[in-house]
Design a binder for this molecule. Structure first.
Ligand code: ARG
Length: 362
């Protein structure tokens, strides 16, 4: 937690920036800054108005150097959950987040903001990496499920949760209030849309039994706005196909499905020069995009996403804002050089408000 001076300085710079973007008058800005100063002097912290929280969260998305989807930063939907107290209440709002953001497949970029840890309130922490995520188990015949979830799954097991032991068990929500023991809550099945993967030209593809969930909702990053850190502020957009098709299901240290797909396609996997990995990768990515579209679940391919990112760059330039970015994350993992992003460089400076990583709790 910051001292009074640091909070005030951060608040001052945030309010100045945000209020100018929101077309407030200099008087409104000055008077709000004065109110914040006296609130900080009295309580050691201050409380954002809904408008400040909303615009701050949007600015944090706009400042997300690794995100290619930022064209839509201004469309973020905010739920103010700062009133919720208990883990049970938090869990029910998280389930509402899942349902409202999923929106039957027409995904709405959304964030739910819980109360920050301050001089006057206890922290709320969500232990999950994403609200919806598949469990991973180390068994005697190898890993089942998502290898990336093994540590978290072990922790859930220790808390008394058990999964069915499939490759796609949905993990429970794990919520901690202050220094109390974390509590877990199952997500109702009907709240979660999943998409079974099929390929438009390879009928046997669906026999692989692959699927993925509709909405990625990151829940282990803190939202920092004007010196206030919201440690529980899960947010989502929709998937870019490659996240699933070139990483989650393809990485050798994740679901590692390329060899299986190559086999199904009858490719020669004995020599790298047949480019069987690349061919399998492209077909898997076609299957992802095709299946999400067919299921009516929002998704974007990496070419369209790159074009949207170009519009974002142009729009920001017109607003006289310099954009920041992390090239290593912005380029898509499939055919990066076919996008304009590959051929330029970005300033990876960190600006506030922002989403930041927190130390892991397990
Ligand atoms: N890459 C992460 C995943 O595959 C999700 C990160 C956020 N992605 C997004 N499109 N908003 O689950």
């Amino acid at each position: 937690m910051l001292g009074k001076t640091e909070i005030y300085e951060a608040a001052h710079s945030f309010i100045t920036r945000a209020y100018s973007e929101l077309n407030k008058t200099p008087e409104e800005t000055r008077s709000r800054i004065n109110d914040i100063l006296s609130e900080i002097q009295q309580t050691g912290t201050y409380t954002h108005t809904f408008e400040e929280l909303e615009h701050g969260a949007k600015m944090a998305w706009r400042n997300s150097n690794r995100c290619i989807g930022r064209l839509f930063w201004d469309k973020l939907r905010i739920t103010d959950a700062r009133q919720s107290e208990s883990p049970l209440e938090v869990a029910s709002l998280l389930i509402q987040h899942i349902e409202k953001a999923t929106n039957g497949g027409r995904i709405i970029p959304s964030i739910t903001v819980f109360r920050p840890e301050t001089a006057i309130s206890e922290s709320i922490r969500i232990w999950n990496h994403q609200l919806i995520r598949y469990a991973g188990y180390e068994t005697t015949d190898g890993i089942v499920g998502d290898p990336d979830s093994i540590a978290f799954t072990n922790m859930c097991n220790k808390m008394g949760w058990t999964g069915e032991g499939t490759d796609f068990d949905i993990l429970p929500l794990v919520i901690q209030q202050g220094n109390q023991e974390p509590e877990w809550f199952n997500i109702p099945r009907h709240a979660v849309i999943e998409v079974h993967l099929e390929h438009p030209e390879i009928p046997s593809f669906s026999s692989l039994g692959l699927k993925w969930y509709a909405v990625p909702i990151i829940s282990d990053m803190a939202l920092e706005i004007g010196g206030i850190t919201y440690q529980a502020a899960p947010f989502n957009g929709w998937y870019m196909g490659t996240e699933i098709g070139a990483r989650n299901l393809a990485d050798s240290f994740r679901y590692n499905k390329l060899p299986l797909i190559a086999e199904l396609m009858g490719l020669d996997t004995h020599s790298e020069t047949t480019l069987w990995r690349d061919r399998a990768l492209v077909e898997l990515n076609i299957a992802v995009l095709h299946s999400y579209k067919k299921a009516g679940v929002s998704i974007v391919d990496h070419h369209t996403a790159a074009m949207q990112f170009r519009s974002f760059e142009e729009r920001e330039a017109r607003s006289d804002r310099e954009i920041t970015g992390d090239w290593t994350w912005l380029i898509p993992p499939v055919s990066p050089a076919t996008t304009h992003i590959f051929h330029k460089s970005y300033n990876d400076e960190v600006r506030s408000p922002l989403f930041q990583y927190m130390e892991r709790l397990y």
